[in-house]
Design a protein around this ligand. Structure first.
Ligand SMILES: [Zn+2]
Ligand SMILES: [Zn+2]
Length: 389
């Protein structure tokens, strides 16, 4: 077998080539996650409190109101800075979003920025490549993602009021829960707060778990993001996730008039009264370029398929190698060699397997990096062409 190590570039050129992340410590602890499970079960109390039109109206307000603050505040503002806010509305957006009980603004935005930085690699905090359950809720319930790395969100961590709300992230949800109880008694609390919160959680989590799995790809991006009208309806416009990964700086995620994006419509309204400023949008030439249907190389999907194939080949190769080692051992035993000699030979064979596996990995990575460079060149070319025309 020829070695391919000469053709492997010496320095890592892309995010593809990283040491595997040690994940064995990332276990969901049932006891620590108990409050999360209990809140998920709490809507059952409706059988005791009953449900009326008034409490459903309250639910509509707390669901869509908080959905707006999550998508406009946590996502489009704190994570992507796609528009500008003065300091007081900035705090109000943070407070409104924190009332959804999805931890603090700095925690949320810092982890979301990491998702964009490492989409679909094993550093992606909620990669759907690790399965539906993990990307939907599992990643939130492990200790390793519980803290906020302020260095990664220093642009907002410099505000003491945001640090405060990030630390005391229970204040806003508790305030809302008490308000719901004052408005509608126990029924108001169960329907207007708990049921609304559970529906809001899972609608938001669907973006992490389904928006890279379910829907269509318009743009060739380096990840597996997709556009889904269904998810857009459920999340006030967040379902245009492939548009969003393609141009994350845009305050508008539905790039065309037919792409339902009510978060943007509200932001537009707020810009008319001067609360929101500098709403960013993709230029026409950017919207026209990098279409998958125009033949742009879809590196995001290619990489996922290749990785799956590579893992399958590796697993098959290791099985064959183990079988060979076993056969060799029995032959050696027949000739009366010592245990040490058998052990040495086994180590030798395994080292040979490991070296070949590494050579194969190096070859795959360098090919992927070249493919990614080609994809970038092709996208840039398409974009330049669209700008000129
Ligand atoms: Zn985003
Ligand atoms: Zn994504």
């Amino acid at each position: 077998m020829t070695t391919t190590s000469e053709s492997t570039p010496s320095a890592p050129t892309s995010r593809l080539r990283r040491a595997p992340v040690e994940r064995s410590h990332e276990r969901v602890h049932f006891k620590d996650s108990l409050p999360f499970y209990l809140v998920n079960l709490s809507p059952i109390l409706i059988v005791v409190t009953g449900i009326s039109w008034q409490s459903v109206a309250l639910l509509m307000i707390t669901f869509w109101g908080r959905m707006f603050f999550i998508t406009a505040g946590y996502h489009r503002y704190f994570s992507h800075k796609s528009f500008k806010l003065a300091r007081v509305p900035q705090f109000l957006f943070a407070f409104g979003a924190t009332s959804s009980a999805q931890k603090g603004p700095l925690w949320w935005a810092q982890h979301h920025r990491d998702h964009h930085r490492y989409s679909d690699t094993d550093l992606d905090v909620h990669s759907p490549q690790r399965g539906f359950w993990w990307s939907h809720v599992g990643w939130i319930l492990v200790d390793s993602h519980a803290h906020t790395d302020f260095d990664k969100i220093s642009d907002f961590a410099k505000y003491p009021e945001l640090r405060w709300i990030n630390k005391y992230d229970w204040v806003a949800p508790w305030s809302l829960a008490i308000a719901c109880w004052l408005i509608g008694s126990w029924e108001g609390l169960v329907v207007g707060f708990f049921l609304s919160t559970v529906l809001l959680w899972h609608s938001t989590f669907f973006i992490n778990s389904l928006a890279h799995v379910f829907g269509r790809r318009r743009y060739a991006t380096e990840d597996t993001s997709r556009n889904s009208a269904l998810l857009a309806v459920l999340t006030m416009g967040e379902g245009w996730h492939n548009n969003h990964h393609y141009y994350p700086a845009s305050a508008r995620q539905g790039f065309f008039w037919w792409e339902w994006d009510p978060t943007f419509y509200v932001l537009k309204g707020l810009s008319w009264v001067g609360i929101v400023k500098d709403l960013k949008a993709p230029p026409a030439h950017v919207k026209a370029a990098s279409r998958v249907r125009d033949g742009n190389f879809d590196i995001g999907m290619f990489r996922v398929h290749w990785n799956k194939a590579r893992l399958a080949v590796n697993a098959a190769g290791t099985n064959v190698a183990h079988a060979l080692v076993e056969r060799k051992d029995s032959a050696v035993e027949a000739f009366g060699e010592t245990r040490e000699a058998i052990h040495d030979r086994r180590t030798e064979v395994q080292a040979g397997i490991e070296a070949r596996r590494e050579a194969l990995e190096g070859f795959v990575y360098s090919t992927l990096e070249t493919a990614e460079e080609l994809a970038q060149l092709s996208r840039r070319g398409q974009r330049d062409l669209a700008r000129e025309s």
